[in-house]
Design a protein around this ligand. Structure first.
Ligand code: NAD
Length: 401
């Protein structure tokens, strides 16, 4: 069964409509047709499940503190239906101690006891949307139980579905493990973003440097710069740890510095665009700029925390005449922090459209874009992803940022 409080998602799934691009639509509709997967908004049916996996959002509040509203609300829904023998596993990314402090007390208030009546564990969701090499089943799963039996049961559950179950000694280790993984990415992306700015200035191609460095067979993992950090995980999760550190009178300086560097990247890109246009004796004000890609990463239809929104906000503020193209996002969605952006529709990349732009800004390197065609028909191309690396004709029109 699949529970969601958002009835429109449940209705879509029951109507055979898959709203997540990287999930196999045919397999999903077959499961629903055969009644092996039943989407529902009826929380009273939670008692029917032997195992309940929670994967609700864990965003930040306006003041960048953890927002556990969804986790707590779900725990309350489960508590209403909790019965002996059930296993509850939290998968939402959060700071260490969340399961013990935000879920366990709510379940315990039912009078049932964890470890004898019902069971509780934490196992982080690990996903790389759009990565064809890994699906949920082929990614090892870290599991930490409230106590021994809860750990045993959660491991037994996941062993049915994934290639490897990695058992750790507690829920807190499993929670901390997920935040380490995401912090590692945020910090390393910030590092290459910072180096990009320096290398750009002295005429060194940072992507060539990274490709050379990654030939080292040990001790180096390649991370790539971009126009900022996107997705609902990497820009958000590390700040859960920052908040926890503050509660304990400590600081997480790497996380804060990485956040600062990554958050500055859209402004850096806009400054580069201004220089580029200036060289053509054009101001940003009144220039026609097309943003290619508003999804936060290539080949997905997820716009959450995408730096393209910040780029649009900055460019609109400077008077640019903006349009965008993203085959995965036909209409620009309303985002919480960018409510003032106008309603825009994705443009088709025709020779006429490209030729009418003062600059084309590649923000997301979708595979479906024809970069040869784009460079051929554009006047200027600002490439934040090295997406045009294989384009040989018209390179004088390309600048990187
Ligand atoms: N999507 C990923 O790639 C990914 C990867 C790793 C970790 N995570 C983590 O998984 C969690 C969920 O992320 P997501 O991307 O799936 O979020 P999402 O917003 O796409 O989906 C969460 C769903 O939960 C539903 N929901 C909210 N409150 C509910 C409640 N009380 N009961 C039932 N359903 C409820 C929402 O309507 C929504 O459909 C987050 O903690 C995220 O950090 C996600």
């Amino acid at each position: 069964m699949g529970f969601d409080v958002d009835r429109s998602k449940v209705d879509k799934l029951n109507a055979g409509e898959n709203y997540i691009k990287h999930i196999d639509a045919l397999a999903l509709t077959a499961l629903i047709r055969e009644r092996r997967f039943e989407p529902t908004a009826d929380m009273s049916r939670l008692s029917e499940a032997d195992c309940i996996i929670i994967c609700v959002p864990t965003p930040l509040t306006e003041s960048r503190d953890p927002d556990l509203t969804y986790v707590k609300a779900t725990a309350r829904s489960i508590a209403k239906e909790l019965r002996a023998g059930q296993l509850v596993v939290l998968e939402s990314t959060s700071f260490p101690t969340t399961t013990r402090t935000a879920v366990w007390p709510v379940l315990e208030a039912t009078g049932l006891r964890c470890g004898s009546d019902y069971f509780l564990a934490f196992s982080p969701e690990r996903e790389d949307p759009g990565n064809a090499r890994f699906q949920a089943a082929t990614i090892p799963k870290v599991v930490g139980g409230f106590e021994e039996t809860s750990g045993d049961l959660a491991c037994a559950l996941y062993a049915h579905a994934v290639v490897e179950v990695v058992r750790v000694s507690s829920m807190e280790v499993a929670e901390a493990c997920k935040i380490l993984e995401n912090t590692y990415r945020a910090v390393n992306i910030a590092l290459v973003n910072e180096l990009k700015i320096l290398y750009d200035k002295i005429g060194i191609d940072v992507w060539e440097v990274i490709d050379a460095a990654k030939t080292k067979p040990f001790g180096f993992q390649a991370f790539y710069p971009g126009p900022g950090l996107g997705g609902h995980c990497i820009p958000v999760d590390p700040f859960y740890l920052t908040w926890l550190a503050r509660q304990h009178g400590e600081r997480t300086r790497f996380i804060e510095l990485a956040g600062e560097v990554n958050a500055h990247m859209p402004q850096y890109v806009v400054n580069r665009l201004a220089e580029f246009l200036n060289d053509q004796r054009k101001p940003i004000n009144g220039s026609r700029v097309s943003i290619l890609g508003v999804a936060y990463k290539k080949d997905v239809n997820d716009p959450r925390e995408s730096p393209s929104f910040e780029l649009m906000k900055l460019l609109f503020a400077r008077g640019a005449s903006l349009t965008y193209s993203d085959p995965h996002i036909p209409v620009l969605p309303k985002m919480r922090h960018y409510r003032d952006l106008p309603v825009l529709r994705s443009q088709t990349l025709t020779a006429e459209y490209l030729g009418a732009q003062d600059c084309v800004l590649i923000a997301t390197d979708h595979s479906s874009f024809d970069y040869h065609f784009i460079v051929e028909h554009s006047t200027m191309v600002l490439d934040t992803r090295n997406a045009t690396k294989n384009v040989s004709r018209g390179r004088e029109k390309i600048r990187r940022a």
